[in-house]
Structures are given as structure tokens and as C-alpha cells.
Design a protein around this ligand. Structure first.
Ligand code: SF4
Length: 291
């Protein structure tokens, strides 16, 4: 079968871009990238992923409230309405819960309350005035590689210094998730540096499963090198996209892969390569952002 080569889309069409989640998928395992971005195989989230998405949505709503109202009880009261909206948008997600057992959802919401408690143990949102939450950022590098993503929160100090904040709610062990999280944060740092001409002062990861945070200060030479890494990843994706050669790269992270049944490393057979998706390889989803 003739494969469709990655090509420039028509004017007005959303252009192919690299997102931190898809870049990190390709780095982890090219076949995982293919399953998600090219085949776009459906993945039902786990309850933990969905809880992360819900908590991200609640924190966004919390920051939309006047500062004095950003209290723990107010945040918890936002959980149910946020879940109603999410589940109205994606009714398939309700399949994760036992419809005959209301306690199932209640227990899950209690888990989300614990994540919010951890959040409030890390900072007091009444004292913060973020410039944006769930900020869409996009830039085309000089090389023509386009980067696109969503920043959980962007704080700007009166001096103009930027702080990029990311909430982590995933269940993967810290030592596995940390490299991935820093990759994602450096991705945003490159985009913001190129968009605003200033290197973000701080990248802050807030781990809501264990109430810890990690702050990282990037510098320009590092971001320059990282930009080249992103360009190399995109070139490698384009090469694989032309040939369909997306190889599996097994690791401990396979435990979190929803596609083991189709993976040759686990005795499976991938579907026939459908060709490069036109115009846009898999975008990030709210579930990616909550990971
Ligand atoms: S199971 Fe592992 S090797 Fe196979 S596609 Fe998933 S991440 Fe890649």
C-alpha cells in the first residue's frame, strides 16, 4: 500500500505540531506514538487519570474565583459540577463507574478531595494572581518545527519573571514520572522563551498525590539544546511517518500502556499502517495534560 508522506496542509488548516505528550510518547516508544497519534486508537482512561483531569478542571475554576474565596471547601464544592460537565462532554467516561453503585463515584470524588487537600498544603491560592490557567501556547521555531501545548498555570511576578506551574496527579512512581515531567516543563519553557523573549525564571511541578513540589530553574543554553532535541524528535517522527517504521521500545512504562495486546513486544500484531494522518497528527487531550 502506498504511504501518504507528511505534507504541508492547505492554508487555514490546523498545522501539524509537536505537543509535549506526543513528543514524550515518541521518545519513550515510537510504536506508542504511532498508536496514539497516527492510528488514534481509543484509550479509556483509568479512574486515576480521570480524577487528575477533574482536579485540573477544579483548580482552573478555583483561580477564576475572587482571591478571598479560594478556600479548600470551595474547591471541593466545585468537584461535582466539574464532573457533571466533564461527563456530559464525554458520556463514555461514565462507563468507568458502576451505575448500580453510587458509592463508586463518591469514593472516587473523595480521592479527588485528597488531591485538593495536598494542593492546599503546598500553597495558598488566595495569595496568587496567575496570568492564566490552561493557557494554550504555540510557536513555530526557525527550523519550521511547530510546538503546541497547554500550560496548567502561568504566574508572572511584578518584575515580569515567569513561573510555569504544572500539577501532577498521575499514579506512576515519582522516579519514572519525574524525567517525563521535566521534559514537558522544558518544552513549555522553550515555547514561552520563544514567545515572550524571556527564559522562565522557574518551572514548578506540584505533585498532588504526595503533596510535594519540585522547582527547577532553566537557563538559555540548556533551552537552546533542548530546542534542538525537540527538532530532532520531530525529524525522527517525520521519517517514521514516511516509512511507517515505528518500532516498539519496551520499558517499565509498558505497565501503563493501553496497547500491549497490539504490541509485538507482548506477542501482538499492530494494525496495518494507515499512512500519515492528514493534516494533524494526534493532538493532546485533557487526559494527557492531567497525567
Ligand atoms: S507495550 Fe511498551 S513497547 Fe509496546 S507499544 Fe506500549 S509502550 Fe511501546
Amino acid at each position: 500500500m502506498a504511504q501518504m508522506a507528511p505534507a504541508e496542509p492547505a492554508l487555514g488548516v490546523r498545522r501539524p505540531a509537536l505537543s509535549p505528550s506526543r513528543a514524550s510518547d515518541f521518545k519513550q516508544c515510537p510504536l506508542l506514538y504511532r498508536f496514539r497519534a497516527v492510528d488514534r486508537l481509543p484509550e479509556l482512561p483509568t479512574k486515576a487519570q480521570l480524577r487528575g483531569t477533574l482536579v485540573h478542571s477544579v483548580l482552573e475554576r478555583l483561580f477564576a474565583l475572587p482571591q478571598p474565596e479560594r478556600l479548600p471547601e470551595r474547591a471541593k464544592a466545585l468537584l461535582e459540577p466539574a464532573w457533571s460537565e466533564l461527563s456530559a462532554d464525554r458520556p463514555d467516561w461514565t462507563a468507568l463507574f458502576d451505575a448500580e453503585e453510587p458509592a463508586d463515584v463518591r469514593e472516587w470524588l473523595t480521592g479527588a478531595e485528597k488531591l485538593l487537600d495536598a494542593y492546599f498544603s503546598l500553597e495558598d491560592p488566595r495569595r496568587l494572581d496567575p496570568e492564566a490557567c490552561e493557557l494554550h501556547v504555540e510557536i513555530e521555531l526557525d527550523s519550521g518545527v511547530r510546538l503546541r501545548g497547554y500550560v496548567d498555570r502561568l504566574d508572572v511576578a511584578p518584575t515580569g519573571e515567569l513561573r510555569v506551574v504544572d500539577y501532577k496527579t498521575g499514579t506512576a512512581p515519582r522516579e519514572i514520572g519525574e524525567a517525563k515531567a521535566l521534559f514537558q516543563m522544558k518544552f513549555y519553557a522553550v515555547v514561552l522563551w520563544r514567545l515572550r523573549g524571556a527564559v522562565p525564571r522557574q518551572l514548578k511541578l506540584m505533585y498532588l498525590t504526595d503533596g510535594q513540589s519540585l522547582a527547577y530553574t532553566p537557563d538559555e543554553p540548556e533551552l537552546r539544546r533542548f530546542e534542538r532535541t525537540l527538532e530532532a524528535i520531530w525529524q525522527a517522527i517525520m521519517r517514521a511517518g514516511r516509512t511507517g517504521d515505528f518500532r516498539p521500545s519496551p520499558s517499565r512504562l509498558c505497565d501503563w500502556c493501553a496497547h500491549q495486546a497490539l504490541c509485538p513486544s507482548f506477542g501482538g500484531t499492530p494494525p496495518e499502517y494507515p499512512g500519515w494522518p492528514d493534516p494533524d497528527p494526534g493532538a493532546e487531550t485533557p487526559l494527557d495534560r492531567a497525567d
